[in-house]
Design a protein around this ligand. Structure first.
Ligand code: SF4
Length: 898
């Protein structure tokens, strides 16, 4: 909105006129502008301006004029009626609840379109020729009307239509209206304003004096340019008000990208410099999400990751101590191998009930509160209740359970709690028709309400407002930047409504009924934006994630062809400066927890070793419905250990292996014993018997095949399995465990590590090995009097059974007849290699001891993908910074070349 337009609205309001805006957002923006102007005049008090958004205006007019006692439905009530109508359709009777409610949402939209564009089709006989889906909708609409009549109910969408005859019949003098921010006036609005009396639209200012259209190489560069431009504008004029217009700002990834770019380039020591005008679903806001999870936990299972999240928020505990206790309990579960995909409250409490150590028990006050809430709910949930009664019970349950936690709430959190209460009340309002529902049904209504309710904390009047094209109506700005002005996105296209006949939509000019309508609307919004600030920038990215894009024809017609982005102005003095912390905190010599994996981590990334061995940071493998990869690996190791463990049940010699009469039965007996004796009882109880039988069969088949492979080896003896040893290295002590050692036919030793994944001896390559376990063992744990024959991974994988590694003379000691071009022969183990490994591993130990802990992955992003510590080391941030710097360097080199 430009200065002239603002002055016009201001004068209108000062003269006691009534302003109607297109949206609530626009009404708030105009009210703020009015108050700012009064303060600028030095006033300390003034009458409130008469500004109403369209919906509130109609509602107020209705309340003034009617006393017929009809209940005005809220959106949830109306949707439930539409869902009931759709449910009576025999073709849709089997639809699940979710799709039925989505269909009800579509029916509500179709009803709204008819009311706004084509009210004559609200009469049943006007719809008699409608076919297929439109005919089905027509039946639902008739049923909806009948239900409303019978129940004395009214859809708010019908209010303008109900009011028009009332306004036409009463001859009272009404104040003239000034309409602000309407990019288009719908037919029903026009009829309503005509019936009201005098009205007119605000007059747009002259188009901006400066209109520019930029072309960026990609979306990231486009966002960065916009954020840097905003920073430059505010540096030049700290009182400037900027508007950034973007489409899809409600989509989570796009909102996240915008947020990151603006945080990075416009960070401020005080309040944030930007805010979004469009909120996010309430179900994604921490406090309401925690409340809903707690309610679900009282009566059903939560996924383990949901429980992790709930406890980490502190909203389920009465004190920080209780909260950290609950989080520690989750870690204890994992350490004891008791993870499971879902937890009921009872199972969760039972998992800790017999713990001896006080540290491993659940906090008693928490258990008392949550079980008390559970008991209250169970009493109430014996029979269906009115949604109103459930809504009354919810705050009592949450209070008993300790929500929202002990921490004082911030202003935004307080508003979120208020919004949550409204969502609960709205869900309770479904009791308007006297229905009774089960607790589970009430919870799913509440979940839907949270998904469909958008929440944005009250505006802090940040200088940069980020809004969608439609929501930007009525916003004041000194300069505007419109992002994403490409051919596919602007004019914004869309599909016709699936429940209305296309010819009705075309004839009445409903949205997206023709490309021309989309063009006209986009043109109106663009014209309004051009008149809303003296300086307007448009931009688009030439390359999106999926395709190359072209400039918007509409914007090119107005602003001329897009030009490449100008070089960014030199950044102002940063508020923060990068500081490379090269301090090292030495590790006290002595024992290190974690064995060989510490040195493997030190080689993969020094920070990983620091975080895991010194900070005890750990990534968890998510629990699965069946056995996880690591549980399968443990069972495989246990079976091979039992088989090669020697008498009385096992064997040691290759001859014994070849003499086995029924190898498969021999293996099956070992597998069965391992499943019976070594698998955690809770795992066995949780998994179906038949599933475990299939797992036993699978493992039996795999190990039998492996033994067949080993039986073709040159004679050997297994000297030890699950070998434990302790080594001392550079002042550190490591406890090592090795899967197996064989004595080969020449008397030398073969060091073996079982692997069920895809591994290669390349992982031992210097200068940065990806795995040092076997070289460490071979170099430091073997008796110096023994000869080392080789080190190998035993790859026990279905369809990929092999020894992979380095052996001194594999053709003479491992497999007869190995060809000279086989990998084992080509990569024979050498004495020099052993010396190099020893020196390198010793250096790794010294580095760990000295406290070398830089974030330096061996191979980004591959190393990080298997690590799980990225939230701690924040590698993405430093990598994207490095990438930007590399791009800057290559840009400046190109510029120098030119
Ligand atoms: S995620 Fe990558 S950078 Fe971070 S600690 Fe792990 S390996 Fe190092």
């Amino acid at each position: 909105m430009g200065a002239r337009q603002e002055a016009e609205i201001d004068a209108w309001l000062r003269n006691g006129g009534l302003v109607v805006t297109v949206s609530d957002r626009a009404a708030r923006a105009l009210a703020s502008a009015f108050h700012r102007a009064r303060r600028a005049e030095g006033l300390t008090a003034w009458p409130a301006p008469d500004i109403l958004d369209w919906k509130s205006f109609v509602r107020a007019a209705w309340e003034e004029r009617t006393r017929d006692g009809r209940l005005l439905l809220n959106p949830l009530q109306e949707q439930s009626l539409w869902a009931a109508m759709a449910g009576t359709d025999q073709h849709l009777a089997t639809l699940l609840e979710g799709p039925r409610h989505r269909l009800a949402g579509l029916a509500m939209e179709a009803h709204e379109l008819l009311c706004a564009y084509a009210p004559r089709f609200l009469r049943g006989n006007a719809r008699s020729a409608w076919q297929q889906d439109a005919a089905a909708f027509s039946n639902w609409l008739s049923a909806f009307d009948q239900t409303c009549r019978a129940g004395n109910l009214l859809s708010p969408t019908r209010l303008p239509l109900e009011l028009i005859p009332l306004l036409e019949s009463d001859r009272l003098e009404r104040p003239p209206l000034l309409l602000a921010g309407f990019d288009r006036i719908l037919p029903v609005q026009r009829a309503f304003f005509d019936a009201w009396g005098a009205w007119r639209r605000d007059i747009l200012d002259q188009p901006a004096a400066q209109i520019l259209f930029h072309q960026a190489p990609d979306a990231q560069a486009e966002l960065a340019a916009c954020a840097l431009w905003s920073r430059g504008q505010l540096a030049a004029n700290p009182r400037a008000r900027l508007l950034v217009v973007t489409q899809n700002a409600s989509s989570r990834p796009i909102r996240g990208q915008i947020e990151r770019a603006f945080l990075k380039h416009t960070s401020s020591a005080n309040a944030p410099l930007f805010e979004f005008s469009l909120g996010i679903p309430l179900s994604q806001v921490a406090l309401p999400k925690a409340a809903h999870l707690l309610l679900r936990f009282l009566s059903g299972p939560l996924a383990e990751h949901e429980l992790d999240w709930l406890f980490s928020t502190g909203h389920a505990a009465a004190s920080p101590r209780e909260s950290s206790g609950l989080q520690a309990n989750m870690r204890t579960l994992r350490r004891r191998g008791l993870e499971q995909p879902q937890w009921t409250l009872n199972a969760f409490i039972a998992a800790f009930i017999h713990q001896r150590s006080a540290n491993s028990r659940l906090p008693t006050p928490w258990v008392n509160r949550i079980t008390e809430a559970q008991r209250r709910l169970a009493d109430f949930a014996r029979r269906p209740q009115s949604p109103l009664d459930w809504a009354e019970l919810v705050p009592q349950l949450l209070e008993t359970a300790g929500w929202p936690g002990a921490r004082p709430l911030s202003s935004a959190e307080f508003q979120a709690v208020r919004r949550w209460q409204q969502a609960v009340e709205a869900s309770g309002s479904l009791g308007f028709d006297g229905r009774r529902v089960l607790w589970a049904d009430f919870l799913s209504v509440l979940a839907r309400t949270l998904d469909e309710t958008l929440f944005a904390p009250e505006s802090q009047d940040a200088p940069i407002q980020i809004a969608g094209p439609a929501e930007s109506a009525g916003l004041t700005a000194d300069a505007i930047w419109f992002l994403g002005a490409n051919e596919d996105a602007w004019p914004a296209g869309g599909a016709t409504h699936p429940l209305l006949p296309p010819d009705v939509q075309r004839l009445t000019g409903m949205p997206h009924a023709s490309p021309q309508l989309d063009w006209d609307l986009a043109h109106a919004i663009t014209t309004r934006l051009l008149a809303s600030a003296p300086e307007v920038h448009f931009s688009y990215a030439r390359q999106t994630e999926v395709a190359e894009t072209h400039q918007s024809r509409l914007i090119a017609q107005i602003a001329g062809a897009a030009e490449p982005l100008p070089a960014a102005a030199p950044p102002p003095e940063p508020l923060t400066i990068d500081f490379k912390d090269s301090n090292r905190i030495p590790f006290p010599p002595g024992k290190v927890q974690g064995g060989a994996s510490v040195l493997t981590s030190q080689s993969q990334c020094p920070f990983k070793a620091f975080a895991t061995a010194r900070l005890a940071a750990q990534g968890w493998e998510p629990a699965a419905a069946g056995l996880t990869a690591s549980q399968r690996g443990q069972l495989l190791h246990a079976v091979l250990h039992a088989i090669w463990g020697g008498p009385p049940d096992g064997i040691r010699l290759q001859d014994e292996l070849q003499d086995l009469k029924d190898r498969k039965s021999f293996v099956a007996a070992h597998v069965h014993r391992v499943f019976e004796n070594e698998m955690l009882a809770v795992l066995r109880q949780r998994m179906p018997r038949r599933y475990l039988e299939l797992e036993e069969q699978r493992l039996t088949g795999l190990v039998t095949e492996w033994l067949a492979y080993e039986s073709t080896r040159i004679g050997f003896e297994v000297t030890e399995t699950e070998v434990a040893s302790t080594i001392h290295l550079a002042g550190l002590t490591f406890d090592l465990r090795l899967d197996r050692i064989d004595r080969l036919n020449d008397g030398s030793l073969l060091v073996i590590d079982y692997k069920s994944g895809d591994v290669s001896p390349k992982s031992w390559d210097l200068p940065r090995p990806d795995d040092v376990q076997l070289p460490l063992y071979a170099g430091f744990a073997l008796d110096p009097k023994e000869d080392l024959g080789g080190l190998v991974f035993a790859k026990v994988r279905a369809g990929d059974l092999a020894f992979a590694g380095q052996v001194g003379d594999p053709a003479a000691t491992l497999f007869p007849g190995l060809k000279s071009n086989s990998t084992l022969v080509k990569n024979a183990l050498t004495a020099e290699q052993l010396i190099d490994w020893r020196e390198h591993i010793e250096q790794l130990a010294k580095d760990f001891l000295a406290g070398r802990a830089e974030v330096d992955p061996r191979e980004y992003p591959k190393t990080c993908e298997r690590c799980g510590l990225e939230t701690l080391c924040r590698i993405q941030e430093s990598e994207s910074q490095a990438q930007l710097e590399a791009e800057d360097d290559s840009d400046s080199m190109e510029a120098a070349d030119e």
